[in-house]
Design a protein around this ligand. Structure first.
Ligand code: MBD
Ligand code: FE
Length: 290
């Protein structure tokens, strides 16, 4: 078939949008995506067995709840972010904390804490290293934002997230922190380890065929928002991770790799009631006005 014949075929989807429940946007998107797909099938001379295999692959990915993971691994989520960055640049918004992807492992409803939260349930305190992270949520002029919300979530020492990993307690390593009167937040947790895609899962299966790994560097996720400001979705990476600039989800960004300070002075350990060295990260979040 020629590309013209394909256009004729998919254009049969174009009906009077004034009719009943017809959604013009759905119609427009369907015609475009189908047309592009059919042209790709033609150009690549995809065989029926390959086409059905592709559909089965997507069905299996969905059935195992990996569509979000696949979107991250294919760079689709990163692509969406790049477009959001471009839209902000066009609107003249510069200088805020860089955004990066949400990923597929956020869970709403984490316990809410004022100013400070402990994220970990203590089960990995022996093997893991304690982490304190603190800073200020501010506007583009550096004005602190009291009462701002910092939602934080991260993986455990196995690179796994509570809720998805049923062996962890509910909301382990997930909290919602409200900044204090000075716009400060602080939390105590453990230094996380990097995530790896389920080795037998659909996403890793495709990555293998592409010669790609499915690993993320150690990171911590955030939603930061305040009344009158744009919601920021971002992450910080733990410096020194071997995958820091080799993230299968393309989420590492300049400006999101804060210095990790190793704290071992006896008086500082005493002040935190800790018996071994811990890490400390200072990081401020800058939000753009709505
Ligand atoms: C993660 O922890 C993550 O953040 C992303 C983007 C994909 C898979 C696992
Ligand atoms: Fe993650």
């Amino acid at each position: 078939m020629t590309h013209n014949d394909i256009d004729t075929l998919v254009n049969s989807f174009i009906v009077d949008t004034a009719k009943g429940e017809v959604n013009p946007r759905v119609q427009q998107v369907t015609v475009r995506l189908l047309g592009d797909l059919f042209k790709a099938i033609e150009d690549l001379d995809l065989q029926p067995s390959e086409i059905w295999k592709g559909l089965e692959y997507l069905a299996a990915t969905g059935a195992s709840h990996e569509m979000g993971l696949l979107a991250a691994g294919l760079g689709l989520e990163r692509f969406i972010d790049i477009r959001a960055d471009e839209a902000e640049a066009r609107a003249g918004l510069t200088g805020g904390t860089p955004r990066t992807i949400e990923g597929p492992l956020y869970v709403a409803g984490a316990p809410v804490c004022q100013g400070f939260a402990r994220l970990d349930d203590g089960t990995e305190s022996t093997e893991g290293e304690a982490l304190f992270m603190q800073g200020t949520v501010m506007d583009a002029n550096g004005k602190p934002l009291p009462g701002a919300t910092v939602e934080v979530w991260h993986a455990n020492l196995m690179g796994n997230y509570s809720f998805f990993d049923k062996s962890q307690s509910a909301f382990n390593l997930r909290r919602t922190i409200i900044t204090d009167s000075q716009g400060h937040y602080q939390f105590r947790s453990i230094v996380p380890c990097g995530y790896g895609c389920p080795p037998e899962g659909a996403t890793q299966q495709l990555l293998n065929l592409l010669g790609r790994h499915g690993r993320r560097p150690a990171h911590i996720h955030f939603f930061v928002y305040a009344e009158g400001y744009r919601k920021l979705t971002t992450q910080i990476n733990i410096d020194g991770d071997e995958y820091l600039w080799d993230d299968f989800a393309f989420a590492s960004r300049e400006g999101l790799v804060p210095q990790v300070n190793k704290i071992s002075a006896p008086d500082q350990l005493d002040s935190k009631q800790l018996s071994k060295p811990f890490s400390s990260i200072d990081f401020n979040f800058t939000l753009h006005k709505e």
